[in-house]
Design a protein around this ligand. Structure first.
Ligand code: G6P
Ligand code: ZN
Length: 539
């Protein structure tokens, strides 16, 4: 039976960088999730009889919201819902299923690398038919709809069994519960040389951070590739990620980092985040920054079967270092610079203009799906190690010896008062015109702007995507506010310094960036605005 429920709008349902993300308590308000889901459905054209994919990272509230979403899909005329067993689909796996099944789109339930549990975060993101996050014109339409919504439709069906693989029905709509892992594991096997990786007899440690990649990593790494049992750590998905931040960086994946720096380090260390789209790559004794990883993967991708024919182009987000641009240059292929957010890569991938994309925020991926993909990056690294017989350190050293090195770090100031963060950005934007020519220590500003992007495929323009200050000699600092937080503001300061092939390629990153750090504070007056003398997280 279909019920139409009267509701009133919530004023805070504007999707951010990656869907609607809020505290669980916010989502637990009566009608809150329903309002947003109905707003999505109201915007989706052609949903009658269409297939919708639903899955999430298993965090607290996942099952409850999936149950509602399925019943609402039935009441809104969808023909079929494909859902991962237990409500589990990693974000890249969901993207794959949307594409494979010719679905009209999908609901991806996750707050990515944010913590989970009753007092933590939850999120709902809508992905379109290409498998990627909805572009801004769609999220804007969803947001507009949330402001005027007055009713939603939901089927009052008996309970839905998410645990049994197979089909059931609510009215006309079929609910298909699928194995969460199999299709994705097959896709990975089709891209990479599993025989070579198996044969290389490498050792590795993969930290699934008690999040969604556990079952995927066990199937692919331990079962199909033969890595020793126990190579996958924290491999059971927990609703609260064991109380940790499932964020694969040097702070939250500290144990893995310490292992990789110890005498007992295996050949390769990696981790992924809450929903499986991010990655952390650490070799024995060497951390590879996400920006460098993108560049090194692009430079060596031809060693994996799926990319043996070469790359069409490389895309990176603006705050990501320019290391990938140098590879594109070397390969004679185009390089694209987009705003932060994976959704901006979708059009380039659809148009066949880029093959590999990446972001400083630990995301790398290719045209195999339309999301970034943590395990994909891990497998491409393994394929490269197996094909070359080299260590991560050798690959990195040779890369820098060929292209030069972009020293890089990101400083995050978390939980800053929103008004103070806004004031910092406003003042900074106000002085962009007078910065060129000014010197800070030994650095002289060459150019400064507020990044705007015109999508080359559809001409759409996104403005105010982050302030860039470029120094003479190729160093750079970028300032932007995070678009994924759920409380207060996070100021991100991205620092980069280029050393040419003949320069210092084996120096300490903090030392190499010290001058730029000082310039960044002088330019943005971080201490005055935020009261902070140190960042909370350095990645
Ligand atoms: C999500 C998106 C990424 C993006 C990141 C930026 O993870 O999927 O594409 O790079 O957010 O987050 P921020 O907090 O810097 O806005
Ligand atoms: Zn994520």
């Amino acid at each position: 039976m279909i019920e139409t429920v009267a509701t009133t709008p919530f004023t805070d349902q504007k999707p951010g960088t990656s869907g609607l993300r809020k505290k669980v308590k916010v989502f637990q308000q009566a009608h809150y999730a329903e309002n947003f889901i109905q707003s999505v459905f109201d915007v989706v054209k052609g949903k009658q009889g269409a297939t919708l994919v639903i899955g999430g990272d298993g965090r607290f509230l996942n099952r409850e919201v999936i149950d509602k979403a399925i019943r609402m899909a039935a009441a809104n005329g969808f023909g079929r819902v494909v859902v991962g067993q237990g409500g589990i689909l990693s974000t890249p796996a969901a993207s794959n299923i949307i594409r494979q099944r010719g679905a009209i789109g999908g609901l991806v339930l996750s707050a990515s690398h944010n913590p989970g549990g009753p007092d933590e975060d939850f999120g709902i993101k809508y992905n379109i038919a290409n498998g990627g996050p909805a572009p801004e014109k769609v999220t804007d339409a969803i947001h507009a709809r949330t402001k005027s919504i007055d009713e939603y439709r939901i089927a009052s069906a008996a309970s839905i069994d998410l645990d049994a693989i197979g089909e059931s029905q609510i009215g006309e709509m079929v609910i298909e519960v699928i194995d969460s892992v199999a299709d994705y594991a097959d896709l990975m096997q089709s891209l990479f040389d599993f025989t070579a990786i198996r044969g290389a007899e490498l050792t590795m440690a993969f930290d699934a951070m008690s999040a969604v990649t556990g079952p995927y990593a066990k199937e692919i790494l331990e079962r199909r590739l033969g890595f020793a049992e126990g190579s996958v750590r924290n491999g059971t998905p927990l609703e609260d990620f064991g109380g940790h931040h499932p964020d694969p960086n040097l702070v939250h994946a500290r144990e893995l980092y310490d292992l990789m720096m110890s005498p007992h380090a295996p050949d390769f260390g990696a981790a992924s985040d809450g929903d499986g789209d991010r990655n952390l790559i650490i070799g024995r004794g060497i951390f590879i920054t996400p920006s460098d990883s993108l560049a090194m993967l692009a430079a060596n991708a031809h060693l994996a079967p799926a990319y043996a024919g070469g790359l069409k182009g490389i895309a990176r987000s603006m705050p990501t270092s320019a290391a990938a641009d140098r590879v594109a240059d070397g390969l004679g292929i185009p390089a694209y610079e987009t705003p932060t957010g994976w959704k901006f890569f979708g059009n380039l991938l659809d148009a066949g203009m880029a093959t590999i994309c990446g972001e400083e925020s630990a995301g790398t991926g290719s045209d195999h799906v339309r999301e970034k993909d943590g395990l994909w990056a891990v497998l491409l690294w393994l394929n490269i190690l197996a094909a070359t017989g080299k260590s991560v350190k050798q690959i990195a050293d040779e890369h820098w010896g060929r292209f030069g090195r972009n020293y890089y770090a990101r400083h995050d100031y978390e939980g800053v008062d929103s008004a103070a963060a806004d004031a910092l950005m406003t003042e900074l934007r106000g002085k962009l015109g007078e910065l060129p020519g000014q010197s800070f220590g030994l650095l002289t500003v060459e150019a400064a702007d507020d990044f705007a992007y015109e999508d080359p495929t559809d001409g759409s323009v996104s403005r105010k995507q982050g302030v860039r200050v470029l120094f003479a000699g190729g160093s750079r600092v970028v300032f932007r506010l995070s678009g994924t937080g759920t409380s207060g503001a996070t100021l991100r300061v991205y620092l980069e310094r280029y050393e040419p092939v003949a320069g210092r390629l084996d120096a300490d990153t903090a030392e190499m960036l010290a001058e730029i750090v000082a310039a960044a504070d002088a330019i943005a007056e971080i201490v005055r605005h935020t009261g902070r003398t140190q960042p909370d997280v350095v990645t």
